[in-house]
Design a protein around this ligand. Structure first.
Ligand SMILES: *Cc1c(COP(=O)(O)O)cnc(C)c1O
Length: 546
C-alpha cells in the first residue's frame, strides 16, 4: 500500500494563510544579473567581507549537499539549526488553536516546545518498554486535525533506531506529514530515510550539522523532502536565515566530512563496556547515537557526584520511561576515562584522585579566540585546531613528548597572517603552564634535554618564577612550507614570558623542518623533567578568563 495522501498534497494540509502568502522578495531576486553595481539593498558599499547580504537561497550549500545526499537541490531546506525546520513545519501546516501534532515519549523536547509556542496541541504515544515504536498506539491518536507526526531515529534520549518497517507503516497510513529527525543518523551506520523520499511525498527528514559534523555553534540544519513541501518552508523562513559565515563554514565542512565520527563511535562502545562493569550501573542501553542512556542505582547521587567534579551530564531520571537514567554524551578519550573513574569511585571515601586535572584558559581578543585545556599530569593526547597545520604538528610534539594532554581550539585572523595566532597560543599555553606549576608547588624546577636526532637541540628550563629567554637557532630558509621561521623564537620567547620561566634554546642541523621539530621535542622533554617529580595531586582549580 502506498500513502493515502490526497491528490493535491501538500496543499491539502497547508494552512490557508500560508497558501495565500506572498513571500518577501529580496531585492536581488528580481534581477537575474549575477554581478553588477548593487544599489538595491541599502548595504554599505565598502568591503568589510560582510557588507553584502548573504545568499537567501543557499545555492552553493545546497549544490554541495545535493551531491553528497543524492537528492535534488529543490528537496533541501537549510535552516538556522534543524530546530528552525521543526518550527517552520508546524507553522506551515498547523492552524493555531485547532490542529495537533503527534510524537513519541520519551523523545526530543523541541517538538513539544515548538507546538506550544504555536498554540498547537501535542499528543504523545509512549514507546514500548524496549523503546521500540508502538505504531498502533500512535495511529490511534490521529484525528482529522492531526497534521504532522514527529519521529526521532535514533531517538533522543533513548539512543535506539526505530524499526524502519514500523516507521514506514505509519508513513503509509497517515495523510499528513511524517517528519523523521535523523540528528544522530550518522552515528547509526544506517542509510536512513533520504533514499525513500521519492517514494513517499509525505515524508520529511531532518539532519543537522550540530552533532556528527561538530558544528553546533554554527546553527545549520536541514530538512529534506518533496520539493513542494520544501518550497513552503522556504516561503515562510526569514529571507536571510543563514548568515554568510555559517553558509561558508558549512560548505567547507560538508566537503571535508566528519573526521571524528569513527572515533566517537568506537569510544561509545568502549565507554559502554566500561560502564557495564561498574557496580553502580544497572543498565547501559544500546545506542546508535553519540550518547549513552545509563540506568544507575542512585541516579541523583551519581548526577551530583559528577557535577561536583565538574562533569555535566543530562539528568533524565524524571522522564517517562527513563526513571533512574542519566544521558551521557561521548567525550574525548581522556574525558571518558575521567567519567568512568568518577563513577567507579562513587561511595568511596577519598576522592582526592578525582580532582579536575585540566587547566583551562580562555582568551578572546580582537585578533584571536582561544580555548585551551591542558592536563600536565599525563596523557599526551592532543586535539589541536589552530588553523595552521604545521603549527599543530609542532604543538603535537609538545603534547606527545611532554606527556601533556593538550586541547587547543583557535579561531584567529589567519587572513592577515599567522602572527597573532602563534603569539596568542604561546600566551595562553604559558599562562596555563604557570598556573599549573605555581599551584602544583612540588615540582623539580630544572629541566635539561639533549635529544640526538640528525638535528640536535638543547633546551634548559628553570621554573623559578622569573622570565628569561635565550635563543641560538639559525634557520637556513625564511619559511618552512608556509610557516615563517622567525615565528619559532617569537613563540618560545612569548611562552617564557607569559609562563614566567627561563628558557634557553640551542639547536643545530641540516634540515629546517627537523631542526624545528627537534626544538619542540627537546622543549617537551625538558618540561616533562622539570614538572616530573612529586606531581602533587592538588591540581589548581584554574578555570579562568583573561
Ligand atoms: C541535537 C538535536 C537536534 C539539533 O538541532 P539543531 O537545531 O540542528 O542544533 C535536532 N533533533 C534532535 C533529536 C536533537 O537531539
Amino acid at each position: 500500500m502506498t500513502t493515502p495522501i490526497s491528490e493535491n498534497f501538500p496543499e491539502s494540509i497547508v494552512r490557508e494563510n500560508i497558501k495565500r502568502l506572498t513571500p518577501y522578495s529580496t531585492a536581488r531576486d528580481e534581477s537575474n544579473v549575477g554581478y553588477g553595481t548593487y544599489l538595491d539593498a541599502n548595504e554599505n558599499p565598502y568591503n568589510t567581507g560582510y557588507n553584502r547580504y548573504p545568499d537567501p537561497h543557499h545555492k552553493i550549500l545546497k549544490r554541495e549537499l545535493a551531491l553528497i545526499k543524492g537528492v535534488n537541490e529543490d528537496m533541501i531546506f537549510a535552516g538556522n539549526g534543524s530546530d528552525e525546520a521543526i518550527d517552520l513545519v508546524i507553522r506551515v501546516f498547523c492552524e493555531p488553536g485547532r490542529d495537533n501534532i503527534l510524537s513519541i515519549s520519551p523523545t526530543y523536547g523541541m517538538y513539544k516546545v515548538a507546538a506550544s509556542i504555536n498554540d498547537i496541541e501535542y499528543r504523545e504515544a509512549p514507546l514500548k518498554d524496549d523503546f521500540s515504536l508502538d505504531s498502533q498506539a500512535l495511529l490511534k491518536l490521529i484525528d482529522k486535525n492531526t497534521k504532522v507526526i514527529f519521529l526521532c531515529s535514533p531517538n533522543n534520549p533513548t539512543g535506539n533506531l526505530l524499526d524502519k518497517e514500523t516507521v514506514l507503516s505509519v508513513v503509509k497510513e497517515f495523510k499528513g506529514l511524517v517528519v523523521v529527525d535523523e540528528a544522530y543518523g550518522d552515528f547509526s551506520g544506517d542509510s536512513g530515510y533520504i533514499p525513500l523520499l521519492k517514494e513517499y511525498p509525505n515524508l520529511v527528514v531532518l539532519q543537522t550539522m550540530s552533532k556528527s559534523m561538530g558544528m553546533a555553534a554554527l546553527r545549520v540544519g536541514f530538512a529534506f523532502g518533496d520539493s513542494k513541501v520544501i518550497s513552503y518552508l522556504n516561503r515562510v523562513k526569514y529571507p536571510y536565515n543563514l548568515n554568510r559565515v555559517s553558509q561558508e563554514m558549512a560548505i567547507r565542512r560538508i566537503k571535508e566530512g566528519s573526521k571524528t565520527l569513527a572515533e566517537i563511535i568506537s569510544e561509545r562502545e568502549r565507554v559502554k563496556l566500561g560502564l557495564t562493569e561498574l557496580s553502580e550501573v544497572l543498565k547501559v542501553y544500546d545506542s546508535s547515537a553519540n550518547f549513552l542512556l545509563v540506568k544507575f542505582k542512585e541516579a541523583s547521587g551519581m548526577y551530583n557526584l559528577l557535577l561536583n567534579n565538574g562533569v555535566i551530564v543530562r539528568d533524565r531520571s524524571k522522564t517517562n520511561g527513563c526513571e533512574g537514567c542519566l544521558r551521557i554524551s561521548i567525550g574525548k578519550p581522556a574525558e571518558n576515562d575521567r567519567l568512568l573513574m568518577l563513577i567507579s569511585n562513587f561511595g568511596k571515601e577519598t576522592l582526592a584522585a578525582t580532582e579536575n586535572p585540566f587547566v583551562e584558559v580562555t582568551r578572546i581578543t580582537r585578533e584571536t579566540a582561544i580555548t585551551l585545556k591542558a592536563d600536565f599530569t599525563g596523557g599526551g593526547l592532543s586535539y589541536l585546531n589552530t588553523g595552521i597545520g604545521f603549527f599543530d604538528h609542532m604543538l603535537d610534539q609538545i603534547s606527545t613528548h611532554g606527556g601533556i594532554s593538550l586541547d587547543v581550539d583557535v579561531s584567529g585572523d589567519l587572513w592577515v597572517d599567522v602572527h597573532h595566532t602563534v603569539e596568542d597560543v604561546a600566551i595562553v599555553l604559558g599562562d596555563a603552564l604557570n598556573r599549573y606549576f605555581t599551584s602544583a608547588g612540588n615540582y623539580e624546577r630544572y629541566g635539561f634535554s639533549l635529544p640526538m636526532d640528525e638535528s640536535e637541540a638543547t633546551v634548559l628550563i628553570d621554573l623559578g618564577g622569573r622570565a628569561g629567554f635565550s635563543w641560538k637557532v639559525d634557520f637556513r630558509g625564511e619559511k618552512i612550507g608556509e610557516f615563517p621561521c622567525e615565528m619559532f623564537s617569537h613563540f618560545f620567547s612569548t611562552l617564557a614570558s607569559a609562563g614566567k620561566f627561563t628558557l634557553n634554546v640551542k639547536a643545530e642541523g641540516e634540515n629546517d623542518h627537523h631542526k624545528a621539530e627537534a626544538v619542540f621535542k627537546a622543549f617537551a622533554r625538558a618540561l616533562k623533567m622539570a614538572l616530573a617529580s612529586g606531581n602533587s595531586q592538588s591540581v589548581p582549580s584554574s578555570k579562568g578568563i583573561i
